[in-house]
Design a protein around this ligand. Sequence first.
Ligand code: ATP
Length: 360
Amino acid sequence: MTASSTIDARFQCTFPGFSLDVDITLPGTGISALFGHSGCGKTTLLRCMAGLQSAPGSMTVLGEPWQTETFVRPVHKRPLAYVFQETHLFPHLNVRRNLEFGYRRIPAGDRQIGFDEAVRWLGLESHLDRMPVGLSGGERQRVAIARALLTSPRLLLMDEPLSALDLNSKQEILPYLERLHDTLAIPIIYVSHSTEEVARLADHIVMLEEGRVVAQGPLRETLAGIDNPFRVQDDAGALLEGQIIELDDHWHLALFRFEGGQLWLRCEHRVKPGDRVRVRVLARDVSLALSENSDQSIQNLVPAVIDQIDPDIAPGISLVRLLAGPTPILSRLTSRAVAQLGLEPGMNVWLQIKSVAVIG
Ligand SMILES: Nc1ncnc2c1ncn2[C@@H]1O[C@H](COP(=O)(O)OP(=O)(O)OP(=O)(O)O)[C@@H](O)[C@H]1O
């Protein structure tokens, strides 16, 4: 990655009882997640990047300096848009007028995104004459995102945009965000503490703990890193990307192929052959066998090679990183099982995958 194709940010910021000290490089396309527990500094970092929080450091966006040691570009001169948890729509303006507010701020010659285009991307065609008070939380957030896009930003910052929504509204809005991810050339920095959202949307991840970066990199490799600081969590696991190749309607199953193997998935989402999907395989749902044993209830057996073993992520618990073809997968086992099976890096084994969820 060259500096003209990346977002580089380095900040130090101190509050009583908290300090942020980060140095990150993000790709200039796709969605980068800032991820970590509450209070780790995600919002503070985003605010430093926007220029809303003054802090010593530097920030360069796609080759353009926004902050250096000697110069700070004021917030209103940065071509960025910020979407918050709360939508801040104008209550006295209908959806169309709310959207036009963003659009009209930009001179016609500088507009990169058309009004109708943003309306279509966020599925707002039939809502233009409605007032914010009558919209659901998910609809309001879609208007806020469209309004942000209509300012034609070079960088879109989103701070927990789904966290004020109930589960149904979240599920309703996620496909729109996925569509943005597929169509937008604008890089998005997305703050979240939800593993599901991050696994579903992001390409790149920065993991923060107490104001420090504890891991950063492409999502798939970082989530499946054996030294990933979140590996001890119950929802630690790997992310697979691939394609649905066959449906078994009778048993409500779909056959999913990824680089390195294939798995039968429960069809909770509507999928059809040819769909590209992401699938999360939790480390706790993966066990290992030394031979292919057909006399058992587990349908998903995938050959793999042991890459690394961390023998002690918690008392008596080991984490094993495996490669199915080039795809990393994690398995959480008791350390006794690791010893009894004589597991070692380089060994060929069979992954027994109990349960797999399609996440988008
Ligand atoms: N303006 C401020 N003055 C003093 N302390 C602050 C200020 N802003 C943030 N903090 C403190 O900095 C720490 C990090 O806060 P921040 O909001 O960045 O965390 P976060 O990871 O975004 O958390 P959450 O997920 O709960 O939103 C917290 O301890 C917070 O209390």
